[in-house]
Design a protein around this ligand. Structure first.
Ligand code: FAD
Length: 460
């Protein structure tokens, strides 16, 4: 890295429609803060881009100055890959445009949008695009990495609904990637994350989703073994418009839950049926499982279930998570899950099994970089707590749990739900698609300018 001269930074800042934040500025700490408070990075510069021209200027400046470049959308990345020590953060929070075309059932969204912003805009037209379950997550990181959520079984992963993108490449050029233009890049973007450039716009397919039947059902924790055995068989055979993720959790001490359940460890399934009340019978079998302590399923606007966890998980908690793809859950694995559920280290810690079958299985393993189309679940063990004193406990639980269950996993992992776990995990995640990704990386980013991510190395 060459020495960063104030005059060069001033010159760069003067060209931007947005602004530059640097150490010493009054808003520096706020601007650099990440969702995961366990990660404390101190960038040399944060370019708060207002438009695509600013992104181009940022990429060129970062390259000329030899700075490490991080791309930031929602800042939710577990290991904090939306920021970088001593480098340049290209902060896309100013790229918020959303235009919904009801006739073609598409939405074009800026590279800095949060999921809740996309949901609100598309809901106005009675539509939605598949994304994740917490509204403050960035659409950029989530969609480009894969995107699992309440609509996965009905309409596929987010990448299965990404129709095209505008992207600023490492040389500063702005290109479109879709079925007709740069189709190799279009393929790579559907799971390759931020490896190929800065995505300034994404065109998403929309689906008619308005009111949904959604909410949690909670059971006594000692019912885990029977409930998980029932769930694993039920969900792989359920109609595609029935979605439910399995969870171990502690009932939050919040007024919406009966007081006698507050801080009780439970087993749960969080449902979302986009067909609404018409599908209510599909849940009768779940209701009849023994040990039910709460049935919170009701009809609601789709954005309501999308935002249901937002208050529980605000920015600023400590997060340590581990994950794996899972194809089957044999009885021995069920037993292990039950044992680890009893050890939830803090009340915000949780384990989720997100179903990724149904419509997500209709896309082949090489049609996008997402190689694990055989997997039925993305499992995540998330240790979460506001208190930094508990970092050791949440990390140890998450690691121990994942390591115990890993022998029963499908082998790969969803890279958006791990920490910085090294190159072997990245290769395993992409499996047979890694070499193709590496060749496309060599074409579009031969010097690996965009390496602050779950990095795909350019092929030789
Ligand atoms: C509370 C919480 C809930 C979550 N729920 C889900 C869920 O339901 N489903 C799911 O699939 N995932 C979920 N995730 C995981 C989430 O997909 C990842 O954390 C993802 O990295 C977040 O994206 P971001 O834009 O907020 O992250 P950032 O930290 O801003 O960026 C992370 C990385 O994404 C890339 N990136 C972001 N935007 C762009 C862009 N415009 N162009 C190019 N590259 C870009 C960059 O490589 C960057 O390093 C959740 C995460 C959290 C913390």
């Amino acid at each position: 890295m060459t020495e960063l001269l104030d005059t060069n930074v001033d010159d760069f800042a003067g060209k931007l429609h947005g602004s530059v934040t640097r150490p010493g500025d009054s808003d520096y700490d706020e601007a650099r803060a990440l969702y995961n408070a366990m990660i404390d990075k101190k960038p040399a510069l944060i370019a708060r881009c207002a438009d695509v021209d600013d992104v181009v200027a940022g990429v060129k400046f970062g390259r000329e100055q030899g700075l490490d470049i991080a791309i930031r959308c929602g800042g939710h990345n577990g290991p904090g890959l939306g920021s970088v020590d001593d480098g340049l953060v290209i902060d896309l929070a100013g790229l918020k445009s959303i235009s919904v075309d009801a006739d073609s059932r598409t939405a074009t969204i800026g590279g800095g949008c949060l999921l809740k912003e996309v949901d609100a805009a598309t809901h106005e037209q009675g539509m939605a695009t598949p994304a994740g379950i917490v509204g403050t997550t960035g659409a950029g990181g989530l969609i480009l990495g894969g995107g699992m959520g309440y609509l996965s079984r009905t309409y596929g992963l987010s990448i299965d609904n990404l129709l095209g993108a505008e992207i600023v490449l490492a040389d500063g050029s702005v290109v479109t990637a879709d079925e007709n233009e740069n189709d190799d890049l279009y393929w790579a973007l559907r799971g390759g994350g931020g490896n190929f450039g800065v995505v300034t716009q994404m065109k998403m397919r929309l689906h008619p989703v308005s009111n949904v039947l959604a909410g949690p059902m909670l059971w006594e924790l000692d019912q885990t073994v029977d409930l998980l055995k029932w769930y694993r068989d039920f969900i792989v055979n359920a109609p595609e418009d029935v979605y439910g993720f399995f969870a171990f959790l502690t009932v939050p001490p919040a007024p919406i839950f009966p007081e006698e359940l507050h801080l009780k460890k439970v087993t749960g399934i969080v449902w979302c049926l986009p067909g609404g009340e018409d599908d209510s019978k599909a849940l009768d079998e779940a209701r009849s499982q023994p040990g039910l302590v709460l049935d919170g399923v009701q009809e609601m606007p789709f954005p309501a279930i999308q935002g249901a966890f937002d208050e529980l998980y605000p920015p600023g908690d400590q997060w340590y998570w581990r994950a794996d793809f899972v194809e089957t859950i044999p009885d021995e694995a069920v037993q292990l899950h039950a044992e680890w559920s009893e050890k939830l280290p803090t009340w915000k810690s949780t384990m989720h099994l997100y179903p990724i079958n149904g419509a997500a299985h209709k896309v082949g393993p090489t049609e996008t970089p997402w190689a694990y189309r055989n997997a039925n679940w993305g499992a995540v063990m998330a240790g979460v707590d506001p208190d930094p004193e508990n970092v050791g406990a949440i990390s140890a639980w998450s690691k121990g749990y994942q390591e115990a269950l890993h022998p029963y996993s499908a082998g790969g992992v969803y890279l958006n739900m791990i920490m910085d776990e090294g190159q072997d995990r990245i290769r395993a995640a992409y499996g047979q698609n890694y070499d193709r990704l590496a060749k496309i990386k060599a074409k579009y980013d031969p010097d690996n300018l965009f390496h602050v991510n779950q990095n795909i190395k350019p092929a030789d």
